[in-house]
Structure formats: C-alpha cells, structure tokens
Design a protein around this ligand. Sequence first.
Ligand SMILES: Nc1ncnc2c1ncn2[C@@H]1O[C@H](COP(=O)(O)OP(=O)(O)OP(=O)(O)O)[C@@H](O)[C@H]1O
Length: 697
Amino acid sequence: MAQFWKPGTEKPRLVEDEDGGVIFLSSSYSSSSSGYGYVSIEKQRQRLPVYKYRTAILYLVESHATTIVVGETGSGKTTQIPQFLKEAGWADGGRVIACTQPRRLAVQAVASRVAEEMGVKLGEEVGYTIRFEDISNPDLTRIKFLTDGVLLREMMDDPLLTKYSVIMVDEAHERSISTDIVLGLLKKIQKRRPELRLIISSATIEAKSMSNFFLSSKRRQALECEELRPRLEPAILSVEGRGFNVQIHYVEDPVRDYIQAAVSTVLLINDKEPPGDILVFLTGQDDIDAAIKLLTEEARSNGKNSSGLIILPLYSGLTRAEQDLIFSPTPKGKRKVVISTNIAETSLTLEGIVYVVDSGFSKQRFYNPISDIENLVVAPISKASARQRAGRAGRLRPGMCYRLYTEEYFLNEMSVQGIPEIQRSNLVSCVIQLKALGIDNILGFNWPASPSPESMIRALEVLFSLGVLDDDAKLTSPVGFQVAEIPLEPMIAKMILSSNELGCSDEIITIAAVLSIQSIWFSARGAQKELDEAKLRFAAAEGDHVTFLNIYKGFLQSGRSSKWCHKNFINYHAMKKVMEIREQLKRIALRLGIVLKSCETDMQLVRKAVTAGFFANACRLEAYSHGGMYKTIRGSQEVYIHPSSVLFRVNPKCVIYHSLVSTDRQYMRNVISIDPSWLTEVAPHFYQQQRHNPTIH
Ligand SMILES: Nc1ncnc2c1ncn2[C@@H]1O[C@H](COP(=O)(O)OP(=O)(O)OP(=O)(O)O)[C@@H](O)[C@H]1O
C-alpha cells in the first residue's frame, strides 16, 4: 500500500483517503536550523516548500527501504534532501549520500550549489563525479552527486555500492537507459543490503507505478506474512507548494517553423516584457546555430531595443567553459538569451531566467529492431518534459513560459510521459554494461519497463559478432572486458581496440572524438553554398571520417585558431570539445595498453578499423536514382547519404555509416567507403548468410 505524507500536526498520524487505498501521514514541519553558516542562504533554504517536509522525509527514509518523493519543480528536492540526510547523520561513520542525475551539467550545477549552501569547498564534503571528471575525495566527500551512468560504472568495482547509505535517484521520470538499469540493480542490491535506503524523486513521476516496481510479488507475500523493518513497501511523499508562479502562454494556432517562432517570441518578450533572461528550448546543435544566426540578424535589423541581447548556445557538444557562460551574471541593462537543447530541462537553476520559450520538440532516439535501425528524430515532447521546461522559470522570482503549441494540443494530444529510452533504443551498450556487472540472464532482469526481446537479441548478436561475447553470451577476455571498460558506445570502443592492431590508433582516436559530438560544421542557414565550398577544401575521397582527420590537422596547423574555424565554416566550440575528448581518450587508451601510433597516409588501415567497429552499419549502393539509393546489407532497408556528407552524390559502391537521421527519408550521417570483402573478414558470423551473395564481394 502506498503512503503519502502531508504536513499537519505535531505527531505523525495515519489518515485513509476516500477509496481507502492510500494512507496519508501528517506531521509538523521542523524548522530547526541546519547549523551551517550563511544566514541569507539559510533563509532561502527555509523558504523552499520541501523544508516543511524535513521531518517527514527523515522519518520515511528511516522507516522505509524506498521513499518516492514527488514535488513541483523548484520545490527543493535535489538541493535540500541530501543536506537533510547529512544533517540527520546518514553520512556519519564514513558513509556517503549519493544523488544521481541523468545529465552531467545538472550534476555539476547542483553540486556547486549545495557546496555553496553548506559553506564548504566543492570536491571536499560535497563532490561530484561525471564521466572523465571526478571532483570528489574518497576520505572527505559525504554528499556526492553523479550521473546514473557513473553510478553504474561504480558498480563494476563495488557491486553492492557499500559506501553509500542512501542513494537518491533524482529526475527518475526521465527514464534514461542508465536510470532504468540503476533502478533494476538497486532493487537487487536492497535484498542484500537491507540497511541501504533509496529515494526516487521527480516532479512528474508516476509514483504508483514506480512504487509497484519496488514492491515485487514476493515482497507482497512477505509483507502479508510478517511485519518487516524497514518497511518494504515504498512510501510516497507528495511535496506540496512551489517556488514562484509561472504563467503559461500558448500560441493560438500551430506554428509552422518552430525556429522562426522561437526567435519572434524572444524579440517580442524583449520588446514588451520587463527585464529578465530568456531560456529557449530547441532540439539540437543545428537548430540552435540556426536560431542564433536568425536572432542576431533580426535583432540587428530590429533597432536599438534588441542591442542589449547576449545570446548563448547550450548543448552537450560545448566545452565546459562555454557552458559555464550561462551561469555568469547578466550585466546591467542587458538581457541574456540562452538557446538550449533539453540538457537544461531538469535540475538547473539559472539565476536570471524569468522567461522560458518551449518549442515543444526534442531530439529523441528511436530504434526498430526489425530493420536494426536507430534514428535520432525530432519528436514532440511529453507533458512531463513540458512541465520541467516551464519549471526553469519561477525559481527565484515569478516567471512566464511561452509554449509554441496550442493549449488544445497540450491538453488533448501531448503524451503524459515519454516512452522509456530502453524501449526505443539500440541495446548494445546496455547489454554490455549488464554483462560487465555479472547479470547473465538479461531477458529475466527486473526492468522497470521491459525492452523488447527482439532488441535484446539484436544486441546480443552484434556483441557476439564484435567478439565481445562468447558462445555462452559471456564477456570474452580480453576484448569483451576492454570494450566494457571504455566508456563509449561499444562500436567505437571496438574500433579503437582494432586500431591498435592495425597501427592507426592516433587517427582513430581523433575520429572517435569527432564522432562523440553532434557536428563540427557550423550550421549555415542561407549560406549553404559557402559551407559546401568550405567542405570541399577538406573533403577526402574515402569519406567523412578521413575528412575529419584533414580538418583536425588544419586546425592544429592554424594554431587552434577561432578565425581559421570561422573562415572554414567549422564550429570552433565543437573543435575545442574534440580536443578535450581526444585527450581523455588518450588517457583511457594508455590505461588499456594501447600505444598511440600513426599510420601516416595509409587510410586503408583507418577504413579497416572503422569497419571492425561499425560493420553492422554497412550498406551497398542499389541505384543511382534520387542521388544514390543504398540498402543496409543486413536488413535491406532503404537509406541515402545525407547531403552534409562529403560522399553525397559521390556514391561509392559500399559504405559504412555512423548514425542515421530520419526526415523525409533515412539519411546516413558520417559515411566512409569500404571494401565489401572486409565485412566477412571482420564479422564472418554477422554476414554469414550473405557469404554466398555475390553482391557483397
Ligand atoms: N544555483 C542556484 N542559485 C540560486 N538559487 C538556487 C540555485 N540552485 C537552486 N536554487 C534555489 O533552490 C530552489 C530549489 O532547487 P532544487 O534544484 O533543489 O529544486 P528541485 O525540487 O529539485 O527542482 P527540479 O525538479 O526542477 O530539479 C530553486 O528553485 C532556487 O530557488
């Protein structure tokens, strides 16, 4: 039976609701001071809705193995609950309180804020860990923020996560693959560690279904038999109240071009509304670059009112320093406009933001196990996302949210929650992680939402062909274990390992770094011809991967110049990020015993290494019509080379792509030409059926 907690009288009491299905607990709220300095911050803390629930939260965590906390955006869940736990002694005796987030940026931001509230240095009592960056101290850190992906990696060394006393899985509504694996594994760990406490929190989670997940049928039976402590049925706490009011505005009629609509809305706010920064949600780097260009042009032609705009992009491909600009205070008389992907959707507090503009779209993965094709598609967001986006306003003062869709659409057509990522993704990375954690029966794993068996089988098949799994579906040694250790998609990891044998690791690490970001080209709305000309300067006949090597060399020769990038339509921010990732990959490669070696001009070796990782994405040319129609060799799916590729209209006989984007057709992005005979060489099992198919050879 689920439990709800409401503030009320001094002593906790149980109250049943009308249908008798839910228990309400009431309690007073504690206003006891935390004992930490900084009075003004302390006052801010006390004003947050969650503060009234301090005693309730601590009581529920003490008495229940799992507590589900649902509270409005900005009510203080992320920043306050870990502090309440610390104050109540959950980090005594060297234990650590963990709080996971789906995104790196949120991890860094909330860790900094909590360290500031506690008056401690970040990296000591309060720390964080994200992929490639550990700002925590094993001896000192008592509250640790981390991505759920990093928590999974920690399980490889410490399967029972013994150092943690409480693990708070925040923004659980996001249902990323890592969150779902973490939830499944934590449920297992709880059986072995009854003293471990879990908190699942979100503004928009379906609390009852999450509660049912943690209350398995066996547990229900156990509950009927005996009174257990801590109570195994999860408690649900509903934190009422929100920070400040956010007024929602909808468009009257559907918009045709959301980039143009977003830009017009920003200009309208700038003209008509009082001071305050603006946060715009678009879908990806291309959109953001295009919107910035359009906004800059329109603001310029708009005259003096728009001269005070400071326009900043925000997406995962930016360097840390560039992302940090969004946190810098807005100079007097200016207005900041942050144009972001959904990385700013959860947990972030940007001080000056008063206005949010929500396009209603985000880039989402969709995988079809039948065709074995995964697309990154611009798709409508869910109501849960829309609420999170609106919740970025109203955190420090009242705000407004402009939704670029109609109210009718929001009420009647928008889905309540998004589809869990595990049900719409290629599961290759997920399977290898579970295998590395010793979970052999993957189909029988207790998922919060089950992935399709077809997707699982496809993933097992690819991993087997990559040489990562053996006949018994166990990790191979050393390849399987090495691939599992590289924190990148397994195909990239395998490409890196193969490059070691082929003697081109220096080049492949550069390629891996470029493939890890969205695009290194500057999106050029209205300047397509100039962009195409710039591409021709670097274009390699072998394809995009080799073109990246030419660009990388040019960038180094220019002295890493932003001017050089500008002149060549290359995104300077993206190139800096490539350099950053490349350095990190170099360190990992060294750890795995990979010696960096260049193949100089022998690009055949580079193409072979790419094939060794990405053979599953091989396609052959079927017809020259429509600019060149290809079919995937395994699934016979119709695909085309994306116009952004240097191989567009070149149409080599056989190619390998890195990813697909779906618009009017399935387009291959980042394409390299290969010799088809390499496929049976590197992946004989995968291409067994086609062995006798003359079109491959
Ligand atoms: N960096 C910051 N600077 C100033 N105030 C902040 C900062 N971070 C948080 N706050 C304040 O604390 C409040 C609570 O933030 P917190 O992230 O804990 O809320 P939350 O309930 O977890 O929200 P969400 O569900 O949106 O993540 C914010 O609304 C804001 O008033």
